[in-house]
Design a binder for this molecule. Structure first.
Ligand code: PAF
Length: 322
């Protein structure tokens, strides 16, 4: 088994790899460790461990994980690998790992916002068990100093093809549930991904353009009007993609619930804009627009948002680190 397997009371603890040390990578590192699951951060640096300060409610904790350079050919036999990079980085981040992952058939769990990443990874790793964890937990970096966990939402766990045997799904689900976070298995993860896509189209677009927290959008007349238009347009495409009825008012309520639960949060797209970093527009608003065009559905609001959100391409500001 893995050379860096962690042992407690004579028992080998499961070890999960985390690729991507952003807010979501650290959030899951923190919760997996609380579930007594060993973590190994796969990173660009060549250090054997990494640390981060986490704030949950008013408590600050130091989270420390073993780490390894992600192109190290001696990757241990991980029980699962969470991919927590931005959607546009997944392919390049996985390229150096392609051989070792497929030879060990390590299950991959994708965390990205938006849609389209599963297909990219499937192309790279045709035989791999690939799962998706769609979550609306909030976390953001407070002045680059520590990670603030801001809201707990349901996480849906599932897959988009039949690459994962039921027994493996159950083992991974049990370990995820041991974190104490509400995780539900679903046979229809695509529906959850579309609902989340509309949440991200609504909350992330406006918070990034107006540089505000998610909660600031709740009492704002303009945002409510724009959300209605986004949902009206998005639901038409969603119905055609899912071949099922979708109720716009339910999606609007869900958007409001997520904004409420994560009100203290700066959305990921808002954070990207604040740091003048690339964002996930091509996997969120852009994905929806591409699908709408395939179905000949008119989505003018989403088209405009997708163009407005082309940062940092259209900005002259310099990117800043975390
Ligand atoms: O992208 C994000 O920031 C998150 O998906 C969410 C749920 C909108 C919370 O900020």
């Amino acid at each position: 088994m893995a050379s860096n397997s962690q042992i407690e009371n004579g028992k080998i603890l499961p070890t999960w790899g985390i690729l991507g040390a952003g807010a979501m990578g650290w959030l899951w590192t923190y919760y997996l460790q609380r579930a007594k699951i060993g973590t190994l951060l796969l990173q660009r640096q060549n250090t054997s461990y990494r640390e981060c300060i986490i704030q949950k409610d008013s408590i600050f904790e130091n989270c420390r994980t073993s780490a390894i350079k992600s192109d190290n050919p001696c990757l241990p036999a991980l029980d699962a690998l969470i991919i927590a990079t931005k959607a546009y980085s997944v392919r390049n981040a996985l390229l150096p790992l392609q051989e070792v992952l497929s030879s060990k058939q390590i299950p991959i769990i994708l965390l990205q916002n938006g849609l389209g990443v599963f297909e990219e990874v499937r192309q790279l790793l045709p035989e791999q068990p690939i799962l998706i964890l769609s979550t609306s937990n909030g976390a953001y970096w407070h002045e680059s100093a520590f990670l603030k966990l801001t809201g707990i939402g349901y996480s849906y766990f599932g897959t988009l093809d039949n690459s994962v045997p039921d027994s493996l799904k159950q083992v991974l689900l049990k370990q995820l549930k041991a974190t104490g976070l509400p995780v539900l298995f679903t046979d229809n993860i695509l529906k959850q991904l579309w609902e989340k896509l509309l949440v991200n189209c609504s909350i992330n677009s406006l918070s990034a353009l107006w540089l505000c927290r998610n909660g600031d959008l709740l009492d704002n007349r303009n945002s409510k009007q724009i959300w209605k238009r986004i949902v009206q347009e998005g639901v038409q495409v969603m119905r055609l993609e899912l071949h099922q009825e979708v109720e716009p008012s339910e999606i609007l309520t869900f958007i409001e619930q997520v904004a409420y639960k994560t009100s203290a949060n700066y959305s990921s797209m808002c954070e990207d804009r604040r740091r003048n970093r690339p964002n996930e527009v091509d996997y969120i608003q852009g994905y929806l627009v591409r699908k709408a065009h395939q179905h000949n559905v008119s989505v003018p609001t989403l088209e405009t948002l997708a163009e407005l959100l082309k940062f940092p391409e259209n900005s002259s500001l310099k990117p800043t680190p975390n």
